[in-house]
Design a protein around this ligand. Structure first.
Ligand code: AMP
Ligand code: MG
Length: 360
């Protein structure tokens, strides 16, 4: 099969990233370069991403990041088969910077443009890293998203359930803020939790055991409120609170994902070796990964958790998602616009997984 070389650009949140990836579906692909410039320092004083700061920073450094990616990959723009960029969903200012830059490069070098859905990038990462076959079950847990999806093809997704309020990563970030831990909160909370007693503080597990969205929807806001009330009592052990919080998140993810494993088996009974893929920044959490590994194995599912640097936002996943579409003969018109919202399964925009619709 043909090998393709694709340049990827990612600017949808607070990482300015460019990468060059080579390969063909189903993967694994070769990552020739993967430059990620994290703006964490710029946003840290605010305890979260400030959109205006993010888009300005993307604008200032994206050209240099792309140059480095090409240089490190030892390829010229002329050697690239296609240019892929995140076209949404995300912070619109950042998406505009990345997509416009990709269009300019595509026009200048006369290369096809591929507009990539950021979530498809996360979803397809396990094919880039491990060549996971379709269909597979995906738990996407990032700073902006918390969803369970069946992935049947590079553009064929079935939404099983999503969060009704906060994303899982957002819950980690807000918890860190409440506990006075540094930003970004995920790694700091995980580190504190490793030294804490998870049974010290009883915290709620919203929706646990409930049938909402066929048992595959998520909610974290009640947990956050309980934690805020706990902190307001004044005398809280940070490590114990972090451990109690993380234990609640693990219980929620395990319960919801368990229901999705059953649903996936009903929907795809002929899948010989079904796999649970965990993607997004929260997948870097070792305790969460371990709990989900035990769950998957107890249900005869394999599990793939891409390495942490491919779980958090990066451009290699965007290049790969672009490569999958390009290999399928798809490219986009130069007039394509950026999208702040862009669900993977448009049939269920904001829905909670009660139906299954063909989105092709
Ligand atoms: P992403 O949106 O995919 O770039 O992922 C960023 C999110 O992942 C942020 O909300 C982080 O707090 C979260 N995150 C990163 N590392 C960890 C970790 N070890 N445990 C929990 N959450 C994490
Ligand atoms: Mg992301």
């Amino acid at each position: 099969m043909d090998n393709f070389t694709v340049l990827g650009i990612e600017t949808s949140c607070d990482e300015t990233a460019a990468a060059v990836v080579r390969g063909s579906p189903p993967g694994p692909g070769e990552i020739l370069s993967n430059i990620v410039f994290s703006q964490n320092e710029a946003h840290a004083p605010y305890g979260g991403v400030v959109p205006e700061i993010a888009s300005r920073a993307h604008l200032e450094i994206l050209d240099g990041v792309i140059e480095s990616a090409l240089e490190q990959a030892k390829v010229a723009l002329g050697d690239i088969d296609a240019i892929a960029a995140t076209a949404g969903p995300g912070l619109i200012g950042g998406v505009i910077v990345g997509l416009t830059t990709a269009k300019a490069l595509a026009l200048a070098a006369n290369k096809p443009l591929i507009a990539v859905n950021h979530l498809a990038g996360h979803a397809l990462t396990a094919r880039l890293t491990d060549g996971v076959a379709f269909p597979f079950l995906l738990l996407l847990v990032s700073g902006g998203h918390c969803q369970l999806l069946a992935v049947e093809g590079p553009e064929k997704f079935w939404l099983y359930g999503s969060t009704m309020d906060d994303a899982a990563g957002e819950a980690f970030d807000k918890t860190a803020k409440l506990l006075g831990l540094p930003y970004p909160g995920g790694p700091a909370v995980e580190e504190a939790a490793a030294h804490g007693n998870a049974r010290r503080y009883p915290l709620p597990r919203p929706l646990l055991g409930r049938p909402q969205g066929s048992g595959m929807a998520f909610s974290f806001s009640g947990l956050k409120t309980a934690l805020r009330q706990l902190v307001q009592t004044g005398t809280v052990d940070v490590n114990d609170a972090a451990a109690s919080f993380q234990a609640a998140v693990i219980d929620i993810l395990r319960d919801r994902t368990g229901n999705a494993l059953s649903r996936f088996q009903q929907d795809f009974p002929d899948t010989a070796a079904p796999t649970l893929v965990v993607a997004g920044g929260v997948a870097a959490n070792f305790a969460i990964g371990s709990a989900l590994t035990v769950l998957a194995e107890s249900r005869n599912f394999g599990i793939q958790i891409p390495p942490p640097n491919y779980c958090t936002d990066n451009a290699a996943m965007i290049a790969w998602a672009g490569l999958e579409r390009f290999a399928a003969g798809v490219s986009d018109s130069i007039g394509i616009g950026p999208r702040a919202r862009w669900p993977l399964d448009p049939g269920l925009d904001g829905g909670h997984g009660d139906q299954r619709q063909d989105t092709a």
